[in-house]
Design a protein around this ligand. Structure first.
Ligand SMILES: [Mg+2]
Length: 293
């Protein structure tokens, strides 16, 4: 199954409307939210910070592959702009889509691209070099999981579990790595609904498929679902079934508690109901969702 493209459906609000005394931005409200029984979390950028900085690996790599096919007038600067634009546009989708786009761009210039899976393997190898030290430090216990998590992650997972909500993690990263990194971060015990990730076989996984399975297996409608994510795919997929979409506009590099403005705008466009910078105010957020504020 293909993942949807980014299509803005909601204009940016004229002014920012915050839940009083918090950084929680309210875009819309829904009377059904208190019926939330299932919560789907994206992984990278929403909970995990292990892969923070991936874009600084991907863009130079794609530029390197595309440069030999640069057409007349194209420079490494213009190729970098082109690559940054399409990587940004496709952010939130599974990695293979960026690699398929690279292959298209090479073909468009008369080149003979590799199988996109080969580009993906190369990207993954380069990314692993960057994040190996983080993974090893987590495994050795020299970095506590808290330092590699979006602030407040444990709190919101705990509070959702206390409210009887079933928790799922779904990621566009390959499933074996998601499970491994979730284990390093101590998240597995919270994800009582399961952990799902990309499969080698194209079309064998999408967040939309996970959502449809949750709805079918539990015999509920989409209003029983909430999605938390920093990517447009989970936000749009959740809204498509009538669920509550909480955008996590996380500042992955700084953990400043201030929304990343690019993510905020993009996720509001995708239909997010609520925007938060992280989970530090999860108690207030959940009280609001359950109408107990
Ligand atoms: Mg993400």
């Amino acid at each position: 199954m293909n993942e949807r493209d980014y299509t803005p459906v909601t204009p940016l609000p004229g002014e920012v409307r915050l839940l009083p005394g918090t950084s929680i931005e309210i875009i819309s409200s829904g009377s059904s939210w208190k019926r939330t029984q299932h919560a789907l979390f994206d992984f990278d950028g929403t909970l995990s910070l292990i892969r923070e900085g991936w874009v600084d690996i991907m863009i130079p790599m794609l530029v390197d592959y595309l440069m030999p096919w640069a057409a007349g007038g194209e420079t490494s600067e213009s190729i970098t702009v082109l690559v940054r634009d399409f990587v940004t546009e496709l952010t939130g989708k599974q990695t293979i889509y960026q690699m398929m786009r690279l292959a298209d761009e090479i073909r468009r210039r008369g080149g003979e691209p590799l199988d996109p899976l080969e580009y993906k393997a190369d990207y993954h190898e380069r990314l692993m070099k960057r994040i190996t030290s983080r993974r090893e430090a987590l495994l050795a216990g020299s970095i506590p999981p808290d330092e590699m998590l979006v602030p407040g992650s444990f709190e919101i997972l705990r509070e959702l579990r206390d409210r009887g909500v079933t928790i799922y993690i779904a990621s566009g990263t390959d499933e074996n790595y998601v499970i491994e990194e979730a284990r390093m971060l101590g998240l597995v015990e919270y994800a009582n609904g399961g952990i799902y990730g990309a499969q080698v076989a194209r079309g064998a996984f999408s967040k939309e498929m996970v959502i449809r399975r949750i709805i079918k297996d539990n015999d509920v409608d989409g209003t029983a679902l909430a999605a938390f994510g920093d990517g447009y795919v989970e936000i749009a997929d959740c809204k498509a079934v009538g669920g509550l979409a909480v955008a996590v506009a996380s500042d992955e590099a700084g953990c400043s508690g201030i929304c990343d403005s690019w993510k905020r705008e993009r996720l509001i466009g995708a239909g997010a109901d609520i925007v938060i910078p992280d989970f530090r105010e999860s108690a207030a957020l959940l009280d609001y969702i359950w109408d107990r504020a």
